[in-house]
Design a protein around this ligand. Structure first.
Ligand SMILES: C[S@@+](CC[C@H](N)C(=O)[O-])C[C@H]1O[C@@H](n2cnc3c(N)ncnc32)[C@H](O)[C@@H]1O
Length: 257
C-alpha cells in the first residue's frame, strides 16, 4: 500500500483483510485517513449520486427513531462532511449542542464550510480527533452517533466502548451503516452495485477508483446486523435493537447505557 500501486479487485480484498489484523492497526489508520482526505472534496456529490439522494432520508429517520429531542446534546463521531451532525442539530434545536469529530482534516474543513452563515453554526462544533480515543470526559452526552463510520475503525469494539463511555447513564449510542439485505436476489443486486457500479462512479466523479474499491470491500469484513448487535452488547450497551432500512441495505442499531 505504500508503493502507490492502484489496489483493486483481489489485491484490495487482500489488503483490507491484512489491514484488519490487530497488528496492522496503525497501517489501517493511516491508509483510511489518507483515503478520506483524498475523497473529501467530492464526498458529498458521490454520496448523493451513489445513494440516489436518499441518504438524507435515512439520516433524518434515524435521528427521529432514536428520540433525539430539543435541548439534547450529541456527539457525532466519524462525522465526515457533517450531514448526520446537521440532522442531529435540526432535532436538538437552538438549546441543544452537537459536536462532530473526524480524523480527516479534509472532511472537517468541508463540514465547517457547510455550516458557515447558517443557524447550525451556533449549535454544532466540528473538530479533528480519533474516534477510538475520544477527547471527552465520561458521561457527557445524551447521544453518541456514528453514520457509515464504525467500519473504518481499526478496532470496532474500542469504538463502541468509547461511544458508551462518553454518553450519560440512560443515554443512547446509535450506529447507522450498510447492512446485509436478507432477500438473496436483492443481496446479489446490492453487491453488484457496490462492487462494480460504485467504483465506476468513484472514478468518474472523484477520480478515486481505489477509494471506492476500498469502501465496498470494507463491507466484507464488517459484521452483519445480528453480529453488530452482539458487539454492542459486549461493550455493555443495553436493550440493543436494530431496524433495517431498504430491505436491510442499511441498518440502524441503537443501544442504551
Ligand atoms: C464514510 S465516511 C462517513 C461520514 C459521515 N458520517 C456520513 O455519514 O456521511 C467515514 C468517516 O469516518 C472517518 N473516520 C474513520 N476512522 C476514523 C477514526 N479513527 N477517527 C475519526 N474519524 C474516522 C473518516 O475520516 C470519514 O470521514
Amino acid at each position: 500500500m505504500s508503493d502507490k500501486k492502484l489496489l483493486t479487485g483481489e489485491a484490495m480484498k487482500q489488503a483490507v483483510q491484512e489491514m484488519n489484523r490487530p497488528e496492522n492497526r496503525e497501517m489501517k489508520y493511516k491508509y483510511v485517513q489518507g483515503m478520506f482526505n483524498s475523497i473529501a472534496p467530492s464526498y458529498d456529490l458521490m454520496n448523493t449520486v451513489a445513494s440516489f439522494g436518499i441518504h438524507y432520508l435515512w439520516r433524518n429517520k434515524a435521528v427521529k427513531m432514536a428520540g433525539v429531542k430539543q435541548g439534547n446534546t450529541a456527539l457525532d463521531i466519524c462525522c465526515g462532511t457533517g450531514d448526520f451532525s446537521i440532522a442531529l442539530a435540526k432535532a436538538v434545536g437552538a438549546n441543544g449542542k452537537v459536536n462532530g469529530l473526524d480524523f480527516s482534516s479534509g472532511m472537517i474543513k468541508k463540514a465547517k464550510e457547510k455550516i458557515v452563515g447558517t443557524k447550525f453554526e451556533k449549535i454544532i462544533s466540528f473538530q479533528e480527533g480519533n474516534a477510538e480515543q475520544l477527547p471527552f470526559p465520561d458521561n457527557t452526552f445524551d447521544f453518541c452517533t456514528v453514520s457509515c463510520g464504525i467500519r473504518n475503525l481499526t478496532d470496532l469494539s474500542r469504538g463502541f466502548s468509547e461511544m458508551r463511555r462518553v454518553v450519560k447513564p440512560g443515554g443512547k449510542v446509535l450506529c447507522l451503516d450498510l447492512g446485509r439485505p436478507a432477500i438473496p436476489i436483492f443481496r446479489t443486486i446490492y453487491l453488484f452495485y457496490f462492487f462494480k457500479v460504485v467504483p465506476f462512479f468513484g472514478q468518474i466523479i472523484s477520480n478515486q477508483r481505489e477509494a471506492y474499491t476500498y469502501l465496498p470491500e470494507s463491507l466484507n469484513t464488517f459484521p452483519p446486523q445480528e453480529e453488530l448487535k452482539k458487539l454492542m452488547e459486549n461493550v455493555g450497551l443495553k436493550n440493543v435493537r436494530y431496524k433495517n432500512f431498504f430491505g436491510g441495505a442499511m441498518a440502524l442499531h441503537i443501544g442504551a447505557k
